[in-house]
Structure formats: structure tokens, C-alpha cells
Design a protein around this ligand. Structure first.
Ligand code: ADP
Ligand code: TRP
Length: 325
């Protein structure tokens, strides 16, 4: 038995991944894959709460899986699967929902936020955290890395696991939240947080032209070429720092402060480090896309591996709750 902590998280398929997603989420998962017993899945059942277009969901799910694999998630080193390929989780969702007080779900701020945004609520959207509880508990996760907005869901998972163990005897590990503070919020091309909802992203798997257009469009002040510039307040520099080596960052910082370098040149340098960084991932993505059979095999293998873990827990749950007769 591995003594490594089991770290589990779900990623909703959400369209084109950007540099913010990479540094804020995917890169950390690649690190967890080396240091922990990583369970990572594409949360397509969760997407169904707001996306009811079959062709689109299918494409987005596969695209997300290919993106994640291309960025370095290795199915041999972790458990990687598509949520709906392990339907046992839906059974546990039901069972847990029968232990979940209405009031707990009603207090979910994610639900209130979504309604406030004008999404017309369905029952799935309302019980979204219950499915998330099942994702976590069925695989006996020790730690769950999530963004701040998901913190309350983690508290629910802990509450429900505790309640179940108390009611029926110990079946579940109580998961620890691992709130991924966005210590380094990646700025977008307009200086706000990079986010697809602001239209200020630099796509990782965009065409060369798209990436270039985004980088050249980064907002700067209007200082002329000869003027000294402040790297600390510059969006181009903030992004450059994420990619370049310490010594290159130092050199760039000096060039800013000395004057004589225009923002156009800084952007060119940024474009180059971005391209160098993502080139191998882009090549891997092209390779995977050209080989759908291989992707399918990877996903099937992932689902089979995780299914063993999920079923083992579910059997205990069926036994404890009286569903085995
Ligand atoms: P978006 O804001 O583009 O809709 P999501 O909310 O889908 O992005 O984010 C998915 C993951 O990527 C989350 O874990 C989030 O913390 C991370 N992330 C997104 N944007 C950034 C950013 N600008 N800086 C750091 N992390 C980010
Ligand atoms: N709700 C999470 C999000 O939107 C995704 C998710 C689904 C998840 N199931 C999970 C995260 C289980 C952690 C654990 O980001």
C-alpha cells in the first residue's frame, strides 16, 4: 500500500485553457502527481447542470481530457478519468443526498451566485455539492485541492462523511481541504485577473497567430521607447516573470529601468518564452488529437482503475445502509 496522501480533484471542462488555468491549477496537479497518490477527473456530470447540448459537452469533455494529458498528466502515474465513466458515483450521490439536510444545500453560495447570474436553476444545479461529496468520498480522498469558491463544498463533504460514519459506522475518510489560494493571480492582457469571462486570456493551445495577437495586445502605459519603465507595474513583465529564468528576469528588469527598450520588444521577449514553454505540450496535444484510439484506451484504463476503488467503497456503503439484502 502506498503511504502517499491521496489527493483528489475534479476539473470541469470549460473551453480553451489559458495561462491562468495552467499556473493556477494544472501545473499544481502535475506536481501532485509526483508527490502524492493523485486522483484527477474531468467533471462532465457537473457540467451537465448548466450545459444541455450533447455534441458540445462531448467535445468539451474530450478536449479537456486531451489538454490535461498534453500538459503532463500521466495516466500511468495517477488515476485520471472522465467522471461519467464511473457511474457508481451517481449511486453514492443518491445515498448521500438522503443524509443531507436541505438547509445545508440551501446555504451553498455557489448555487446562490449562479442564480444571481441568471442561470435558471434545476435540481442538479441545486444538488451539485452532493455529487461533489460523492466524488470525494467514494475514492477515500485525504486531501482535496480546490479554489476558494469551493471551500464550502469541502466543509459539506466533511460534514456528510462524519454524519455517515456516525450513523452507519466508519466507512469514509474525512477529507482535508487544500484551498489553492491564488497566491500568484495570473494577470490577463488588460491587467485584471486572467479569466475567460473577461476575454483577456492568452490561450495555451491557440494557434501561433492567436497567441501572438493576445500577447501583442497586452495593455501597457504609453511611455516611449527611450523612457525608463517600471517593471513592477507592467503586465508584460508580470507574465514574463512566470516563464523566464531568474537571471533573465533580472536582465529584463534592468532593461525596463534603464530606458531604451520599447514595450514592443518586451512583448516579443514574452512571446518567445511562452512559445518555448508550451511548444512540447502543443506537440503532445497534436499527437494525441491525431490518435483518438489511444486517448480512448487511456480513458478506459483510467476508469477501470478508479472503478475498483469506487466499487470497494460503494460495497461497504450498500452493506452499511441496508441496500444489500
Ligand atoms: P476562468 O476564470 O477562466 O473561468 P476557471 O474558473 O475555470 O477559470 O478556473 C479553473 C482553475 O484555474 C481554477 O483552479 C482557478 O483557480 C485557476 N485559475 C483561473 N484563472 C486564474 C488566474 N488568472 N490566475 C491563477 N489561477 C487561475
Ligand atoms: N466543483 C469543482 C469546480 O467547479 C469541480 C469538482 C467536481 C470537484 N467534483 C469535485 C473538485 C470533487 C474537487 C473534488 O471547480
Amino acid at each position: 500500500m502506498s503511504m502517499k496522501k491521496r489527493v483528489l480533484t475534479g476539473i470541469q471542462p470549460s473551453g480553451k485553457l489559458h495561462i491562468g488555468n495552467y499556473f493556477g491549477a494544472i501545473k499544481r496537479m502535475v506536481e501532485y502527481q509526483a508527490s502524492s497518490d493523485l486522483f484527477l477527473f474531468v467533471a462532465n456530470l457537473h457540467s451537465l447542470t448548466t450545459l444541455q447540448d450533447g455534441e458540445r459537452l462531448k467535445k468539451m469533455t474530450l478536449d479537456a481530457a486531451i489538454d490535461i494529458l498534453a500538459l503532463g498528466i500521466d495516466p500511468e502515474q495517477c488515476h485520471f478519468w472522465i467522471q461519467s465513466d464511473v457511474p457508481e458515483v451517481a449511486e453514492l450521490t443518491w445515498i448521500l443526498s438522503c443524509l443531507t439536510p436541505m438547509g445545508m444545500m440551501e446555504r451553498a453560495t455557489t448555487y446562490k451566485d449562479k442564480i444571481a447570474k441568471g442561470i435558471s436553476p434545476n435540481l442538479g444545479l441545486f444538488s451539485y455539492p452532493s455529487l461533489m461529496n460523492a466524488d470525494i468520498l467514494i475514492n477515500q480522498a485525504d486531501r482535496v485541492p480546490v479554489g476558494k469558491d469551493q471551500k464550502q463544498h469541502l466543509e459539506m463533504a466533511r460534514d456528510i462523511a462524519t454524519k455517515f460514519n456516525h450513523q452507519y459506522g466508519k466507512v469514509f475518510v474525512i477529507p482535508e481541504p487544500d484551498i489553492m489560494e491564488e497566491i500568484a493571480i495570473v494577470p490577463g492582457t488588460d491587467g485584471q485577473k486572467m479569466s475567460k469571462s473577461y476575454g483577456n486570456t492568452i490561450p495555451i493551445f491557440g494557434t501561433e497567430k492567436e497567441i501572438k495577437k493576445a500577447v501583442m495586445g497586452i495593455v501597457t502605459d504609453s511611455k516611449g521607447v527611450e523612457e525608463p519603465k517600471d517593471p513592477k507595474t507592467c503586465n508584460v513583465f508580470a507574465l514574463y516573470k512566470l516563464f523566464a529564468s531568474q537571471s533573465d528576469v533580472k536582465v529584463m528588469s534592468e532593461r525596463y529601468q534603464k530606458g531604451g527598450m520599447g514595450y514592443g520588444d518586451a512583448k516579443k521577449a514574452l512571446l518567445e518564452v511562452i512559445q518555448n514553454h508550451f511548444e512540447p505540450f502543443q506537440a503532445k496535444r497534436v499527437e494525441l488529437e491525431a490518435n483518438p484510439k489511444k486517448v480512448e484506451e487511456i480513458l478506459q484504463m483510467g476508469a477501470e482503475k478508479v472503478r475498483k476503488v469506487s466499487l470497494e467503497t460503494l460495497e461497504k456503503v450498500r452493506e452499511a445502509t441496508g441496500l444489500h439484502y
